[in-house]
Design a protein around this ligand. Structure first.
Ligand code: NDP
Ligand code: GDP
Length: 343
């Protein structure tokens, strides 16, 4: 029988990749979207899945929405990707972030418990929960130390997922995913901000790229790989928690160098801290400068995840490494900029 999956947050980066994966596996895919004047379908369009997903209005802030979607759709699996996903924004909107990322999740879990506790559930947890890391690399056994309202809210949702699994026997899974990027990443995130800015600078559409902390280290993977792990978690006999990561970490500074190189610049650095500047050696043009506006009140300095458990139990491993990821993102943004499609 055809399996039915509900993807909340289907209009986001992971939603588009997961929808494509599940459609290719023969699922009927229903996507939850927030009611807005204009529906944000560009990612699904880029992956060619916008016409094959049934879209339903869905907001994790509305219990009525959740119940009526569950009654109407009767899904076998729910992937909860809905979230206020930007860490920096969570410092400016901590209450809203908590409502969506923490309380929104218990609304869904409650609806599953009441409506049909056999529905399998995936919660989009985050490496940000490790925050001020207590152990390197991080594993599923590493203690958490969240450093932002985003991370605290995600940690609440993570423990609620574990609690509903252990208390009510729900097949509730927490995927602790390290940063994963793609050409569909929102422009607020540092990777896409860098590749899009480099492409715009190349085509004379932007003067300079302004960044915050260049020394932060992240374990960056490719979103297309990570959605395979999400699906694999829900196919296990028993629900569990899994880290998905590459086990390699790189600085923002390094990411800039790789993206600049892919745009045919030869990036060299001068100055330290807020005075750091990235300059193209050949032309002398300033490509990158620091703007303290982009620093955060508290920072996650370094994360790197060990995906050993996912490899052993799910047979999951990332296929795209950092050079390939930077090449993929830069190529897409250069193409968009040359066509004047990068706003
Ligand atoms: P995006 O920001 O691209 O997508 C987030 C999605 O959530 C969008 O579809 C957005 O809708 C939707 N959304 C926001 N608020 C609500 C709400 N109140 N009700 C329903 N939907 C809502 O994020 P990603 O695709 O990158 O990430 C997916 C999930 O995984 C997020 O929860 C994120 O926090 C988490 N995560 C992501 C990581 C990453 O590196 N990408 C790492 C670890 C966890 P709209 O289009 O209307 O804004
Ligand atoms: P996050 O890990 O989910 O917060 O993903 P981001 O891509 O938003 O940030 C990754 C790291 O890049 C963080 O340590 C940021 O402080 C750092 N960073 C440096 N400059 C910027 C910037 O201009 N924008 C963003 N988003 N992050 C930046």
């Amino acid at each position: 029988m055809t399996k039915k999956a509900l993807i909340t947050g289907v209009t986001g980066q992971d939603g588009a990749y997961l929808a494509r994966l599940l459609l290719n596996k023969g699922y009927e895919v229903v996507g939850g979207y927030r009611r807005k004047p204009t529906l944000n379908t560009w990612r699904m369009r880029e992956l060619g899945v916008d016409n094959t997903i049934r879209m339903v209005p869905f907001d994790v802030l509305e219990f009525d929405d959740i119940l009526s979607v569950l009654q109407d759709v009767e899904p076998d699996e729910i992937y909860n990707l809905a979230g206020q996903s930007f860490v920096a924004e969570s410092f400016r909107k901590p209450l809203f972030t908590s409502k969506v990322n923490a309380i929104g999740v218990i609304r869904l879990l409650e609806a599953i418990r009441i409506f049909n506790h056999k529905i399998r559930f995936y919660q989009a947890s985050s490496s940000e929960m490790f925050g001020k890391v207590q152990q390197t690399p991080q594993t599923e056994a590493t203690p958490f130390y969240p450093r932002s309202p985003y991370a605290v809210a995600k940690l609440y949702a993570h423990w609620m997922t574990v609690t509903y699994r252990e208390s009510f026997g729900i097949h509730a899974n927490s995927g602790i995913l390290f940063n994963h990027e793609s050409p569909l990443r929102d422009l607020n995130f540092v990777t896409r901000k860098i590749t899009a800015s480099m492409a715009r600078i190349k085509y004379g559409q932007q003067d300079v790229l302004e960044l915050g902390n260049l020394e932060a280290m992240r374990d960056w993977g490719f979103a297309g790989d990570y959605v395979e792990g999400m699906h694999a978690m829900l196919q296990q006999d028993k629900p569990d928690d899994f880290i998905l990561a590459t086990n390699a970490t790189h600085s923002v500074r390094h990411f800039c160098e790789a993206a600049a190189h892919a745009c045919d610049y030869d990036l060299v650095w001068t100055g330290e801290g807020i005075h750091a500047k990235g300059i193209d050696r050949k032309s002398g043009k300033i490509l990158i400068q620091v703007n303290p506006l982009f620093y955060r009140p508290t920072e996650v300095d370094l994360v790197v995840g060990n995906p050993k458990k996912a490899k052993e139990k799910l047979g999951w491993a990332p296929k795209v490494d950092l050079p390939a990821l930077v090449a993929m993102m830069t190529e897409a943004d250069l193409r968009r900029a040359s066509a004047g499609e990068l706003e």
